[in-house]
Design a protein around this ligand. Structure first.
Ligand SMILES: [Mg+2]
Length: 252
């Protein structure tokens, strides 16, 4: 196990790591303070823009600039806009992501889309399921913000996520090609690393989910700290022992 002393920045998960059920977790603000801007939040969030999320975090007492936030939903739309400028896109997503798609030059439609984008669509319905399944049968490209079935809610409850909607769609279509942008895929990690401007051997992923945070970090060769029992990594007084106790996977 390598020391934390050569870690110069972190990629940090959001839900279950910094916040839960609309509240900051105890110690989250102090942890970000200790990182002193040497971090980027990488989240499978498929509903908000970085600006919205920054404002929401501020209300919870976490001051994070939008430029330090990389989200699966907006990253997916950025990528679609780059690859397929002005594409007709069916948006199964929040209102703010629909606006974001327009700002990127995409054209939200409900019929004959070139691309179907699936985010955490709280207005998902039988009608949307029908439209989507048939658009995919007709050959539309399918881009999914994240594979998560749920994320943690308050008091141990679960909040349905994008992957649960994906399962409903695939139940109708059978196996169809689709691209999943969020963790554990490399897109968010690579974007976060680029923003940090640090070599990957000097960066650690901090998260609560071994299947997404841990597996994604392993795939691209980042060290991984798994949050357990609310204990954050700490470099205080040059003693990384608290972090060592919670570190469950290292790649070097
Ligand atoms: Mg999490």
């Amino acid at each position: 196990m390598r020391s934390l002393q050569d870690i110069r920045g972190c990629l940090v998960d959001l839900d279950g790591t910094l916040v839960r059920g609309g509240h900051a977790l105890p110690g989250a603000a102090a942890f970000l303070d200790e990182l002193d801007c040497r971090y980027v939040i990488v989240s499978n969030n498929a509903e908000h823009t970085p600006l919205e999320l920054s404002r929401g975090l501020r209300r919870m007492g976490l001051v994070v600039a939008p430029r330090r936030i990389v989200l699966a939903g907006t990253m997916a739309l950025d990528e679609i806009a780059r690859r397929r400028p002005r594409a007709r896109i069916a948006m199964l997503a929040s209102r703010s992501l629909c606006l974001y798609a327009r700002e990127r030059g995409l054209e939200p439609v409900t019929e004959r889309p070139d691309v179907v984008f699936l985010g955490r669509d709280r207005h998902f319905s039988y009608r949307r399921l029908t439209q989507t399944a048939n658009a995919l049968r007709d050959g539309a490209e399918f881009v999914v913000a994240n594979p998560d079935h749920v994320h943690p809610g308050p008091d141990g409850s679960v909040v349905p996520e994008t992957g649960a909607l994906l399962a409903a769609i695939l139940a109708c279509t059978g196996p169809v090609p689709h691209r999943i942008v969020g963790k554990p895929g490399p897109v968010l990690f690579e974007a976060g690393l680029a923003l940090l401007g640090l070599p990957r051997h000097a960066v650690m992923m901090v998260g609560d989910n071994p299947a997404t945070d841990g597996e994604g970090a392993r795939r691209i060769g980042l060290r991984y700290f798994e949050l357990r029992g609310g204990v954050y990594p700490s470099w205080g007084e040059g003693v990384p022992c608290r972090a060592q106790a919670g570190m469950v996977a290292l790649t070097a």
